[in-house]
Unconditional design. Structure first.
Length: 202
């Protein structure tokens, strides 16, 4: 994503029809790598690693959704994951490798988010949305870890595998289906899952 001043984010795009028809991640790492005052001196490519991990999760999830469609026939099954869950999974991927707590810091200092004025499921692409999605992804992971005695990472795979076996016609339906799968993994009703998440924030 670009502005007139700078590259402000990376993004995932569908494969190009004239290309090799393979999943491909496009990231302009210039803004992350060139952080010197003159914007000429190369600093450290590792500044872009977290973004790469974030976008790689999007690509893997997107590719898996397309595989499900192809296995079942696109006219019968259309699998999509709503942004608030998809971004939560990408933030979880960053946490898995880098344990970045910037989303927690944002939540702790942003009165709008802490005041309950930011919706978890109505995605607007703001930092407050990323913050809540990240916190939700970590909430379900830690709850699953307590239940199973492990590290909790398998909840993402286990929940999504349940969706693989059923029909999802729209983003909202897929989101509800995924939430139900997550709640099932945690052994609680879906409304209780959401309620407990918000209680845990305070």
């Amino acid at each position: 994503m670009f502005t007139l001043e700078a590259c402000i984010a990376s993004y995932l795009i569908d494969y190009i029809k004239s290309g090799n028809n393979m999943d491909c991640l496009h990231i302009d790492s210039w803004q992350a790598m060139y952080r010197s005052a003159d914007k000429l001196s190369l600093t450290n490519v590792s500044f872009s690693y977290e973004t790469m991990v974030h976008e790689l999760q999007h690509m893997i999830l997107w590719s898996n959704c397309r595989r499900i469609e192809e296995d079942n026939g696109k006219d019968l099954v259309s699998v999509t994951v709503p942004s608030w869950l998809n971004e939560g999974f990408s933030e979880a991927a960053i946490h898995m490798f880098y344990n970045n707590d910037s989303r927690v810091n944002y939540y702790n200092t942003d009165l709008t988010t802490r005041g309950g004025k930011t919706s978890l499921i109505n995605w607007e692409g703001k930092l407050s949305n990323y913050s809540l999605s990240y916190l939700f992804s970590q909430y379900i992971r830690t709850q699953y870890a307590q239940k199973t005695g492990g590290d909790g990472w398998n909840i993402y795979k286990n929940a999504f595998s349940r969706v693989n076996r059923s029909k999802s016609d729209a983003s909202t339906e897929a989101g509800a289906e995924l939430l139900d799968s997550i709640a099932l993994e945690l052994g609680v009703p879906t409304p209780t899952l959401i309620e407990n998440f918000y209680i845990a924030l305070f």
